[in-house]
Design a protein around this ligand. Sequence first.
Ligand code: H2B
Length: 114
Amino acid sequence: MSQLSEQQCEACSWDAPHVSDAEIDALKRDIPEWSVVERDGVKQLERMFKFRNFKQALAFTNRVGEIAEEVGHHPALLTEWGKVTVTWWSHEMKGLHKNDFILAARTDKVAETG
Ligand SMILES: C[C@H](O)[C@H](O)[C@H]1CNC2=NC(N)=NC(=O)C2=N1
């Protein structure tokens, strides 16, 4: 189990510090299945999860929605037959905050434990 998932999200505003490339490398070790992608100059964390059907993919989507609502930090969720693509980033900062890594670790936990 990742300790990262147990850490608390901090309040995050548009001028909060971005995680450095060295911090990204260190934090990514706890969430090895996630990729850092860059869209329109904005770094994002992304992972695709596979399921047996649409219903299970939708149930996972809703569980991830619940953990997002708990902390007021929200991912992009693409739900398809048998798969869900989850993308975390901090819109206000236009980049990655430690919160995104914490939520990615919690997303992994949802996938493991339901
Ligand atoms: C007002 C509200 O809390 C903010 O707009 C929140 C909502 N959820 C959010 N989610 C994410 N991922 N990034 C944000 O910057 C963000 N901002």
